[in-house]
Design a binder for this molecule. Structure first.
Ligand code: PCP
Length: 396
């Protein structure tokens, strides 16, 4: 009996999360002896949500598990690679290519797309917040807004997108990091007094956990901040999670708290903000002195990237449907200026149309006849790769 309404690893691996029309398609092809038809299928992003000018490709680690053992070849951009909706010429840009007997992977289109659509949306929003927050600390707080079964994926995608840490235990395992958190209002409410609760935290919790006092439970943030600074010698930061009914001008509150802390010689005490944050508020609060951010829903509930998979070639014959470009393609990237150019597969490597530098082929072998051939980097390495690319990108 299923306790939670989520598909098991086995069900996903057996394509039991597929759409039934693929089951019918496989039945028909088998009945007509067409299941061994050799096809080239490509995955393209279509237009990106909210006019994003780029996306972060995420979900490959799980995709490899899905395709391991399926006797087809998969070529893909590496996890963490930026991608565009179209290349510098305006041509749709494939992020992945699958080659083989269509009958072998027909059922896997649905789970394949699900694994990259949601994770890439989360990683991209996280990367945009990363650009805005510059080197300020970002903690992923969003798993409580989504089905708990997704917490490892959500926190991993937020981390890959550039967040510094994640709040969930499963997310920390998936990112090979330590989970990070401060204290909930519940602790102060149950202890019944702010100072007693902060001190209890200080007495009980391991030394290496930063002392971050929540300062908005019962009274004004400024006054609770001063109380925390005066009562906690090891205070690292104060967290302002001001309820929307009291938020008014949150930036002004942060500025005021900074002033009162500095006036009393607590320049070392940082300001951590959370609660309903998004790109606009992270920018504004960072400018007035916030040092760290707990971002939840805005990232965990990111719009998905609507990748689609399309057959573009059968036994060398061009066959793309309307709206898609025919034939096997290669994506060439100038790693110097991150310009992409899409060319028919057999075309020689081009020079970068913008800076004339050499270009690199982006669709790299991932799975060969069902065997994983790529060395998969760990989340920290992927995050580093993302941060390097972000240096060259703007949000526009
Ligand atoms: C939680 C946390 C953040 C919220 C949820 C998650 O607040 O402190 O403020 O971020 P989001 O608004 O960006 O989704 P509460 O629900 O007030 O819980 P807590 O007492 O743990 O702060």
């Amino acid at each position: 009996m299923r306790l939670f309404n989520v598909a098991s690893d086995e069900e996903i691996k057996q394509a039991e999360t597929t759409d039934v029309y693929f089951v019918h398609t496989k039945q028909i092809l088998e009945a007509k002896g067409l299941e061994k038809t050799n096809v080239i299928a490509e995955v393209t992003p279509g237009s990106l949500p909210e006019n994003w000018s780029w996306g972060i490709f995420c979900g490959i680690e799980e995709l490899v598990h899905l395709f391991s053992g399926i006797p087809v070849n998969v070529y893909s951009m590496p996890e963490g690679a930026i991608f565009y909706s179209t290349d510098c010429q305006g041509f749709r840009e494939p992020v992945m290519r699958i080659e083989g007997s269509y009958g072998k992977f027909c059922l896997y289109e649905t789970p394949l797309l699900g694994l990259i659509c949601q994770a890439s949306g989360i990683a991209t929003r996280a990367a945009r917040i990363r650009k805005i927050a510059e080197n300020k600390r970002l903690i992923s707080f969003g798993i409580r807004r989504m089905h708990p079964s997704l917490s490892p994926m959500i926190d991993r995608a937020a981390f890959i997108g550039g967040f510094d840490a994640v709040s969930s235990l499963t997310g920390a395992k998936a990112t090979e990091t330590e989970p990070v958190g401060t204290m909930p209002h519940a602790l102060i409410i149950v202890v019944g007094d702010q100072v007693k609760a902060w001190k209890a935290f200080d007495d009980v919790v391991e030394e290496d956990v930063p002392r971050v006092a929540l300062v908005d439970t019962y009274s004004d943030e400024k006054m609770e901040t001063v109380m925390a600074a005066e009562n906690l010698k090891k205070l690292k930061a104060v967290r302002l999670d001001t309820p929307s009914s009291r938020k008014g001008d949150f930036a002004e509150i942060v500025r005021e708290v900074r002033w009162e802390l500095d006036l009393r010689g607590y320049k070392h005490v940082q300001i951590f903000v959370s609660g309903g944050l998004n790109e606009k508020s992270v920018k504004q609060l960072s400018e007035v002195g916030a040092d760290a951010f707990g971002v939840g829903t805005y990232v965990s509930n990111s719009p998905t990237v609507n990748f689609a998979m399309d057959i573009v070639e059968i036994d060398g014959k061009l066959c793309a449907k309307r709206g898609k470009l025919g034939g096997r393609k290669e994506v060439w990237r100038c790693q110097k200026c991150l310009t992409d150019i899409v060319l028919p597969f057999h075309e020689p490597p081009p020079r970068c149309p913008k800076c004339r530098s050499e270009t690199e082929c982006m669709l790299k072998p991932l799975v060969k006849k069902g065997k994983v051939v790529a060395k998969l980097p760990n989340p920290k390495e992927i995050r580093k790769y993302v941060l390097k690319q972000l240096e060259k990108l703007s949000l526009e």
